[in-house]
Design a protein around this ligand. Structure first.
Ligand SMILES: Nc1ncnc2c1ncn2[C@@H]1O[C@H](COP(=O)(O)OP(=O)(O)OP(=O)(O)O)[C@@H](O)[C@H]1O
Ligand SMILES: [Mg+2]
Length: 155
C-alpha cells in the first residue's frame, strides 16, 4: 500500500488508519519503520503509541534503545536500533523477552535478518513535497492486516 504524506499531520493520520486495521491482540507482533534521517519514523511511532492510549511524553529510544509502554490491552516496545550494530547487542537488549508486546522498531536495517521475523514494514521516503509511505507485509498475519488497511482506505 502506498500513500503520499504532504505533512506531519498526514503521517499521524496514516498511523491512525494503521491502528484501526491492527488486531486487538498484538503480542509478539513486530513493525519495522524504515527511512533515512528525518523521514518521519518517530512521528509515525509517537502517533501510533498515543492513539493506542498513551498520554504524556514519548521520549526517543535512541540512547535507551527500548522504551516500554503498558497501554490499555497491550504492551508496546518502542525500539531504536540506530546505535546497535549487531545481533549480539540485540540479544543483550532482551529481544526474546519482548514477545509479550508489540515491537515498533526504528532503524531495523542496522540488524541483518530482522525482516524475517517481522510482520509489517512501513517505508518512509522524502518526496518533492512531504513524504511518501509504502506499507508491506512480511508475514501471513501481516498480510491479513494490510488487506484490512487497504479495504479501509478505499471505503
Ligand atoms: N509527511 C511529512 N511531511 C513533512 N514533514 C514531515 C512529515 N512527517 C514528519 N515530518 C517532519 O519531519 C521531521 C523529522 O521527523 P521524525 O523525527 O519523525 O523523523 P525520523 O525518521 O524519526 O528521524 P531520525 O532518523 O532522525 O530519528 C519532523 O520535523 C517531522 O515533523
Ligand atoms: Mg526517529
Amino acid at each position: 500500500m502506498k500513500a503520499h504524506l504532504p505533512d506531519a499531520a498526514a503521517t499521524e493520520a496514516l498511523a491512525r488508519q494503521f491502528l484501526a486495521a491492527l488486531p486487538d491482540d498484538t503480542a509478539g507482533w513486530t513493525l519495522l519503520l524504515e527511512g533515512e534521517l528525518g523521514a518521519g519514523k518517530s512521528t509515525f511511532a509517537r502517533a501510533l503509541i498515543s492513539f493506542m492510549g498513551h498520554s504524556g511524553p514519548i521520549p526517543s529510544p535512541t540512547y535507551t534503545l527500548v522504551e516500554p509502554y503498558q497501554l490499555p490491552g497491550r504492551i508496546v516496545y518502542h525500539i531504536d536500533l540506530y546505535r546497535v550494530s549487531d545481533e549480539e547487542e540485540l540479544r543483550y537488549l532482551g529481544w526474546t523477552e519482548m514477545e509479550d508486546g508489540f515491537r515498533l522498531i526504528e532503524w531495523p536495517e542496522r540488524v541483518a535478518g530482522l525482516a524475517e521475523t517481522a510482520d509489517l514494514i512501513v517505508r518512509l521516503a522524502y518526496a518533492a513535497n512531504g513524504r511518501d509511505a509504502e506499507i508491506s507485509s512480511l508475514s501471513p498475519r501481516g498480510e491479513a492486516m494490510l488487506a484490512r488497511l487497504v479495504a479501509q482506505a478505499s471505503s
